[in-house]
Design a protein around this ligand. Structure first.
Ligand code: ZN
Length: 370
């Protein structure tokens, strides 16, 4: 009798006490993660279709995966940028990792579906890259013969995660309306609750760039991450970063415009080649041989060791091939039509695959063609 009363009392007092207890950081992160998963699941069917990201982030990605699990290519060493990104990711605790995963996915949807270049875009953590980014997109719009006026260039900034208004717009893209306000408040809460996130300034949150086609969420656009620019600077490629990366991402727009969607490494190596052609060309940046070489090393730094984006050697070779097309033209001012450039690269591509131990057939074909 007495025991039952004690238990009943304990239960009666425990329930309101538990309800008043503020959620722990773990609970906040778990809830936010679920909100972002629900957001991704609620997006329109083609929202992320053919959206091409510069690197596979070491932060696991919410949403559909483009790359099946596979073994790395024997004898290949991944590029320096990927090594650096993996090192940063290895320093995170599982809780931090989950928060980065949720917030990185959320910030990508903000730049893809909410941000617009109708408001002035600020590139780089201090705006230091804005003039170069603006000049590059202007040049590219005039360089390639594709419809360009409606290709937006937007800044991918982790600090946007600190705006509840922006996050509410982002969650509205796919989350049930009744949940949007709380989810947006939680996103900004977690951003400041976990010191490793540095209020959105940790480079891993935005260590990427992407190109999105017409018909995807937000339409045609190129996004350039502050974390990517900071990291490329750290690796020593600052003087070519903005022009090379936007030149590459715009290269995807060239492929999109011609419905060229190869399902092999040429999907990434093609844009490396078109970007190389642009920076070396008299009507592009007309960069000298030394600077052109630096661009190919930047291409190599994002090469991976899977049959997906191209290895460092393959990407370097693709960029150098594009540069050579510009410097070896009889008329340096002539710009090859984009459709012709795609054809030329698709013919060249098998030769740019250096013999790999697991590809004897491909190597033999390349050798036979000379
Ligand atoms: Zn790419």
């Amino acid at each position: 009798m007495a025991a039952g009363t004690v238990a009943a009392l304990a239960l009666a007092t425990a329930v309101p006490a538990a309800a008043a207890e503020p959620p722990t950081v773990d609970q906040d992160v778990a809830q936010l993660y679920q909100d972002v998963v629900d957001l991704y699941n609620g997006l329109p069917a083609d929202a992320l279709r053919d959206v091409d990201r510069l690197v596979e982030s070491p932060i696991p990605r919410i949403g559909p995966r483009t790359q099946a699990a596979q073994d790395p290519i024997p004898g290949c060493t991944e590029g320096s940028l990927l090594t650096y990104a993996n090192k940063l990711a290895a320093q995170l605790t599982p809780l931090e990792n989950k928060a980065f995963d949720a917030l990185s996915g959320l910030s990508q949807l903000y730049v893809q579906g909410v941000a617009s270049d109708k408001t002035p875009q600020v590139f780089g953590t201090d705006g230091q890259y804005t003039p170069r980014a603006t000049e590059t997109i202007d040049k590219l719009r005039g360089f390639w013969d594709i419809e360009s006026w409606n290709i937006q260039l937007v800044a991918w900034k982790g600090t946007d995660l600190g705006s509840q208004a922006k996050m509410a717009q982002t969650f509205s893209l796919g989350l049930a309306p009744a949940k949007v306000k709380n989810a947006a408040a939680l996103a900004t809460k977690v951003l400041y609750e976990i010191p490793a996130l540095q209020g959105g300034r940790h480079p891993l949150l935005t260590l990427n760039a992407f190109s999105a086609p017409a018909g995807s969420l937000g339409g045609k656009r190129v996004a350039l991450g502050d974390g990517l620019l900071d990291t490329v600077d750290l690796l020593g490629f600052d003087d070519v970063s903005v022009e090379s990366v936007i030149g590459h991402e715009y290269g995807h727009q060239v492929d999109f415009a011609h419905d060229n969607h190869p399902r092999n490494e040429s999907s990434e190596m093609g844009p490396d080649a078109y970007g190389g052609y642009f920076v070396a060309h008299a009507k592009g940046y007309a960069w000298n041989a030394r600077t052109q070489q630096e661009v190919t090393y930047l291409d190599a730094s994002i090469g991976d060791c899977y049959h997906s984006h191209g290895t460092p050697d393959q990407r370097k070779a693709a960029g150098a091939w594009g540069e050579k097309q510009a410097t070896s033209q009889a008329d340096p001012n002539r710009i090859i039509p984009s459709a012709t450039m795609i054809e030329k690269f698709q013919r060249e591509y098998p030769k740019l695959m250096p013999p790999a131990t697991d590809q004897p057939a491909a190597a033999a074909v390349a050798a036979a063609r000379g």
